[in-house]
Design a protein around this ligand. Structure first.
Ligand code: E4P
Length: 214
């Protein structure tokens, strides 16, 4: 499983990239709105200065025609832009059009396996099932990842599964075990993955012993 970072914050993206594990970035309108910057400028900054991995940029239009026009503009910013499209009937039409144009897509707001299968058949590069938001309403987000994985395997579908709406480190382990190709993770959770109290204690003890040598 690969790691994407789920943020539009440039400092967080730079920090994650310095760790050597970053394969891509996902943004969404809420994350971009928090930054108070021009979306296009931020995408240029990320793609030209930080990563050549996939950078998902979401369309705002709700009709296929509008999505296609917006997506073409986003895709023109850099070759590694992936157009993020919501899971709707209009979204599917747009995904098919992008696929015909060889523009990569990430179908977002996936909450059941039929949505994932439809997105894949329309030509999506990625599907993003939202684990945390399903867990929040008492459903089992992880079972959805596994079901999508089984269906894609059984039917030799090449669309990659991005485990999204990740809330904590256990989500990351379980997403990997259940077949997600990618987990897109907020910076806070990425930092939590590194931590273990025994690691900290071990470093402290090694340093104390080292400093006491005669
Ligand atoms: C994925 O691409 C989304 O940006 C994201 O994971 C949504 O997560 P949230 O449920 O924490 O908003």
């Amino acid at each position: 499983m690969k790691f994407f970072i789920d943020t539009a914050n440039i400092d967080e993206i730079r920090s994650a990239n310095e760790l050597g594990i970053l394969a891509g970035v996902t943004t969404n309108p809420s994350l971009v709105a928090k930054e108070g910057v021009s979306f296009h400028d931020r995408l240029k900054e990320i793609t030209s200065e930080v990563t050549s991995g996939s950078v998902s940029a979401e369309v705002i239009a709700e009709d296929a025609e509008g999505m296609i026009a917006e997506g073409k503009e986003l895709a023109a910013i850099a070759p590694n832009i992936t157009v993020k499209v919501p899971m709707t009937l209009e979204g599917l039409k747009a995904v098919k059009a992008f696929s015909d144009l060889n523009i990569k897509t990430n179908v977002t707001l996936i909450f059941n396996a039929n949505q994932a299968l439809l997105a894949a058949r329309a030509g999506a590069t990625y599907v993003s099932p939202f684990l945390g938001r399903l867990d929040d309403i008492g459903h089992d987000g992880m079972t959805l990842i596994n079901t999508i994985y089984e269906i894609f395997e059984k039917h030799s579908i090449g669309t990659e599964i991005i485990a999204a709406s990740i809330r904590h480190p256990l989500h990351v382990i379980d997403a990997a075990l259940n077949g997600a190709h990618i987990a897109t993770i907020p910076y806070k959770v990425l930092a939590q993955l590194v931590k273990h109290p025994l690691t900290d204690q071990g470093i402290e003890k090694f340093l104390a012993d080292w400093n006491q040598q005669k």
